[in-house]
Design a protein around this ligand. Structure first.
Ligand SMILES: [Zn+2]
Length: 177
């Protein structure tokens, strides 16, 4: 009976999950082995991480429903952390919103037609109600890029179009350019 088997038998007898092998792993030089199947502990860890980071492999475990349930459970188990994070985000979101309102105020030109602007927002609301799809009023040239709060710089697009547009002028910052 070799040394390795002795170490493994001891581990088995003691209910230990790993034991020290005789030779290092050719991939990473690790000596620690799993008692159950002789596998290198370091290789196991690396392969596990690779799986976790493989979006395609994990897709079936990461459906929106499962992610929502996971988040909910995490919030329940980490209520204090969650509350702290929420307060921090609230401050951040409020700061961002007021900064944006100020920017919008600063970027209203003299010929802005408030009736026309209100009308665009009203049409957007109607579209949402009629279609059940979330539409948003978007600044074609974003406020953050110096775009104006003016009827000619407003368009109604779906929320998902708006999210994928982010804060950029059409075409700019596209991965295809
Ligand atoms: Zn290894």
């Amino acid at each position: 009976m070799g040394l390795v088997n002795k170490a493994r038998r001891e581990a088995l007898a003691n209910g230990e999950k790993t034991y020290m092998g005789e030779k290092p792993c050719i991939h990473d030089g690790c000596y620690e082995r799993l008692t159950s199947n002789y596998a290198c502990v370091e290789c196991r860890r690396r392969k596990g991480l690779e799986k976790l980071n493989n979006a395609k492999l994990m897709a079936k475990y990461k459906t929106p429903e499962k992610e929502a349930a996971r988040l909910k459970k995490w919030r329940e188990n980490n209520y204090e952390k969650y509350q702290q994070q929420w307060l921090k985000d609230k401050d951040k979101n409020n700061a961002r919103a007021s900064k944006r309102r100020a920017a919008v105020r600063d970027q209203i030109p003299d010929d802005a037609d408030f009736d026309a602007i209100k009308d665009i927002y009203r049409r957007c609301k109607e579209l949402c109600e009629q279609s059940g799809i979330v539409y948003e009023v978007d600044h074609i040239i974003p406020i953050a890029k110096g775009g104006l709060h003016h009827q000619d710089n407003l368009q109604i697009i779906t929320r998902s179009e708006n999210r994928s547009k982010g804060c950029r002028v059409d075409g700019e910052g596209s991965p295809y350019q």
